[in-house]
Structures are given as C-alpha cells and as structure tokens.
Design a protein around this ligand. Sequence first.
Ligand code: ATP
Ligand code: MG
Length: 245
Amino acid sequence: MIEFQNVWMQFASEVVLKNISLSVREGLTLGLIGTPSSGKTVLMKLAAGLIRPTRGEVLIGGQPITALSEHALFAVRQRIGMLFQNNALFDYMTVAQNIAFPLEQERRHSVAEITARVTEALEKVRLPGIERLFPNEISGGMKKRVGIARATVAKPSIVFYDEPTAGLDPVTSSKIYNLIRDLQTQHRATSIAISTDIDGIRQVSDRVAMLHKGELCFEGTTDELEATRDPLVYQFIRGEMTGPL
Ligand SMILES: Nc1ncnc2c1ncn2[C@@H]1O[C@H](COP(=O)(O)OP(=O)(O)OP(=O)(O)O)[C@@H](O)[C@H]1O
Ligand SMILES: [Mg+2]
C-alpha cells in the first residue's frame, strides 16, 4: 500500500534520507522509530506527497506519486489522514470545525452528516461534547486526541501518526495507543506510527523500522526487534547509556 523505492532526500547540502527502500502492506501498521533528526517526519511527509524526494520513487496503492501534478496529488492526499507532530490544529477554528475539515474538503457531505460524523469521531477518542471549545481551551492530551479524530474522521485508507504521545504521561499514552489500535481494527487502515515510545510502538505495530542519520538500520517484526543483536538498535530500544549511540 505504501512503498519507498531507493528514496533519497536532500535539503541544500544536507542529505537527510539515504537510499530508503521500505514498504507497508495493506491493513498493517509500521512503527517508525529512530534517533532525533533521523528523518522520520520527512519520510512521512514524502509518503503523504507533501514533499517530493530528491531521488527515488514513492508508491501509494501501487501508484508512483513523485511526478504527479498538484491536482493529482490532492486526490492521493484525500485517501490519507495525518496526525502531525505538533498537532497542527487550526487555532481560530473550534474543535468541531477542525475535525470537520477533511470532510468539508470532500465536498459531498451535508451539514447534518458532518455534524453527526464529528460527534461520532469525538466519542471514539473519548472526548464527547467538546465540539464548541477552541484548541487553546483544551489540554495537550486532548489536542492529540482531537488530532487523531481529525486524522481518522474521513475513514482514510492510510493514516500517519507522527509522535501521537510526545509530551504525555504514561497512562494517557497507553490510552492513546489503545485508541489507535481500536481505530486500526475498526477501519483496517494501513498506517505508519512514528514514536520514540518503544512500548507504545510494540502495542500498535505489526512491523517496525528504525532510522538513524537518514539510513534504515532495522526493519522487521516486533519479535525480531526484540531479538536483534545490532548494537545500535539494541542500545536504542533499551535506552542504555553505553553503546554506539
Ligand atoms: N523543510 C526542510 N528544510 C530543510 N531541512 C529540513 C526540512 N525538513 C527537515 N529538515 C531536516 O531534516 C532532518 C530530519 O528531520 P525530521 O523532521 O525528519 O527528523 P525526525 O526524525 O522527525 O526528528 P524528531 O524525532 O526530532 O521529530 C533534520 O536535520 C531537519 O533539520
Ligand atoms: Mg519528527
């Protein structure tokens, strides 16, 4: 469903992704882990067609997207829901208007239908009744959940979650990972979840990939991740002080 073929990404003189080949099969969730600035968010933006690679190809549902026009890319993005690392909620819109945004863009729903879908989405993220609040009136954990509601409300076939629990306490984080797992089973969306929370990643991922300095240094199942003897990956997932990192 999502495939990177020999993808390179360079900004000015900085090479931030080096020859990444990676794929996510339909209905599965890939956990993407890695050191800070290793290129995780850039990889997600490439898959969403928000930026284009310097070299290589990105395929969504078998369709190469790097050479598509902006117009054609819009159609691809319609199939994708995204939770951004900083939530990226619109401050001047209410919670309801934020969540309604992807539905409004589809231009085929009545006002009543949109209202009902927003109510349902808020119930799913366990925040019923906060439609009229503004983002600056809710907590960090609530913002993440509103972001997840917005990312999933249009029932996209692909969902990206960039750091869904960054800055949240362990209990709220567990609840969010539970919620993501529930949404995966309900919608069967193909997903990529970026996080440095290894326990959370284990909870939601079928396979895991790790980036370090723009290179793919691991790809496999969560069991294979556990069993790896690669010193860098071993140190990273256990948070040890000594090692190559
Ligand atoms: N639009 C851009 N222009 C220039 N450099 C960029 C741009 N976007 C990202 N970078 C650089 O690419 C590198 C990878 O960034 P990215 O945001 O993908 O890291 P990350 O793995 O998501 O890190 P973090 O865990 O801190 O979120 C960084 O060095 C960053 O400064
Ligand atoms: Mg990031």
